[in-house]
Design a protein around this ligand. Structure first.
Ligand code: GLN
Length: 477
């Protein structure tokens, strides 16, 4: 499949029509229906947008840098067409009256949303299996999960239905599915991309980002997504550089920090071997590898699950059976309307997290859990800052083990939470990070994660592209 810039160039020049490009994508979506990557498809909407682009091109108008590029959107990002379910029965029939800021930006750049992708309910999970609409299937191997929570967006790209898609990452939900499906997934710095129209899970951690088949496409897509938005009060006013500007750079003189704490107990030997081989290839291309320390990484999972659930319990209180979609029938009084609507509408994982979040915020436990977690968050953020005095990027696996097998999450949920060890700390510190597929020694997809300085996406993409080229030299796809 062509890269984003190839597609856009051909459409802009009239070599192929946007309509044909989008129709072909819709055909591939239909052919791959069995993978359950999409909760809903938007054929009429997408074709109308494509025809409109073709008309504008025919009349000599200049169209945007993503003209005619079909894109899949995680179903917790609102589009003013079709439904936005968040993978939950409670929003099963919810129709958004407005577009998320990122959707407005994509449309202005000429990209065409073709459908809404499957996810863990309200993005809570790491395997996409908590979706109320059944789990998406990993095209590499149906016995392993595609990762989560943005599993549908990863499958949509990995199976070739679209060249790029959007996910959201609160604690790894872009990077983990990218690793599980053998593609690229990137979480920008907190504040880089507007969260307006992203249904909130944990507002201080949530960030929208791209999935792509290569680093260059991810960087190009971020150029369109990023930018200040007055409708998101955590949106950053930092200037937006051209994220593709360092892509051709060499790895010579770049320093990659390897945290000692990330390569110890609990790391699968096969994953470690793949990641170390990829780093050795970077070293051969001129990168310098140094050991660094993130002593507070050991607190990351605990702190994350306290903070994320606390924020979720507050954010999800808005689903009360009065607004939005699911409402119980014949409640006896207002309290019963609330409790029955919520009991019927939410799935087990979401209920578990609301209970946990309510508990850690309750008086008497607030200091013991929530305050402690906030302290751990500050210490970990300081650890990262210290580490970046010694290196340009930090490298570690995206996940400590190969993709979870289908059904594992229901047998041992704690084991799956612990697999968030390498991703959640990045959200707690608000940093940008990317997961790249690297050659696997055991036939299972493995992700190499590179973490950048806050607002250092351009350099991060540059080094990631270098790592991608070195990995290709090793024979990886
Ligand atoms: N696995 C993490 C969780 O379940 C992260 C999810 C996410 O990034 N949305 O909360």
């Amino acid at each position: 499949m062509s890269t984003l810039s190839e597609i856009a160039r051909k459409v802009q020049k009239g070599e192929i029509s946007a309509e044909k490009t989008v129709q072909e994508s819709l055909d591939r979506v239909a052919a791959a229906q069995g993978l359950n990557a999409y909760i809903s498809v938007l054929p009429e909407y997408a074709l109308e947008k494509a025809r409109d682009l073709d008309r504008r091109i025919a009349s000599g108008e200049t169209v945007g840098p993503l003209a005619g590029v079909p894109i899949a959107i995680k179903d917790n990002i609102v589009v003013a067409a079709g439904k936005t379910t968040c993978g939950s029965h409670i929003l099963e029939n919810f129709e958004s009256p407005y577009d998320a800021t990122v959707i407005g930006r994509l449309l202005a750049a000429g990209a065409v949303p073709v459908g809404k992708t499957n996810l863990d309910e309200f993005a809570m999970g790491s395997t996409s299996e908590t979706s109320a609409f059944g789990a998406p299937v990993n095209p590499i191997d149906a016995g392993i999960t595609p990762g989560g929570s943005s599993g549908g967006s990863a499958v949509a790209v990995a199976s070739g239905t679209v060249p790029v898609s959007l996910g959201s990452d609160t604690g790894g939900s872009i990077r983990q599915p990218a690793a599980c499906c053998g593609i690229v997934g990137m979480k920008p710095t907190y504040g880089r991309v507007s969260r307006y129209g992203l249904v909130a899970y944990a507002s201080s951690l949530d960030q929208i980002g791209p999935f792509a088949r290569n680093v260059a496409d991810a960087a190009l897509l971020l150029n369109t997504l990023a930018g200040f938005d007055a409708r998101d009060n955590t949106s950053s006013t930092q200037v937006i550089p051209d994220f593709t500007s360092a892509l051709g750079g060499s790895l010579k003189g770049k320093t990659i920090g390897i945290p000692k704490e990330a390569f110890g107990e609990g790391l699968d030997a096969g994953v470690e071997a793949s990641v170390r081989a990829a780093l050795a290839a970077c070293e051969r291309e001129g990168a310098k590898i140094v050991e660094i320390h993130l002593p507070a990484l050991k607190f990351a999972v605990a702190a994350y699950y306290v903070i994320a659930t606390a924020e979720a319990s507050a954010n999800l209180s808005r689903y009360d059976g009065v607004r939005y979609t699911h409402r119980t029938s014949n409640p006896k009084n207002l309290m019963e309307l609330y409790s029955k609507s919520r009991s019927e509408g939410f799935g087990a994982e979401v209920k578990k997290r609301i209970l946990l979040g309510t508990y850690v915020l309750s008086s008497g436990f607030y200091d013991a859990y929530y305050m402690q977690a906030q302290k751990a968050r500050r210490v970990l953020t300081a650890d990262f800052e210290k580490a970046f005095a010694q290196c340009d990027v930090i490298a570690m696996p995206t996940m400590p083990a190969p993709p979870p097998k289908v059904g594992d999450i229901f047998k041992d949920p704690m084991a799956i939470y612990l697999q968030d060890i390498y991703t959640v700390g990045v959200n707690l510190a608000g940093l940008p990070a990317i997961s790249l597929p690297v050659a696997s020694t055991e036939g299972m997809p493995v992700g190499l994660q590179l973490i950048g300085r806050a607002f250092g996406e351009t350099e991060l993409f540059g080094i990631a592209a270098g790592a991608e080229r070195s990995a290709a030299g090793m024979g990886a796809g």
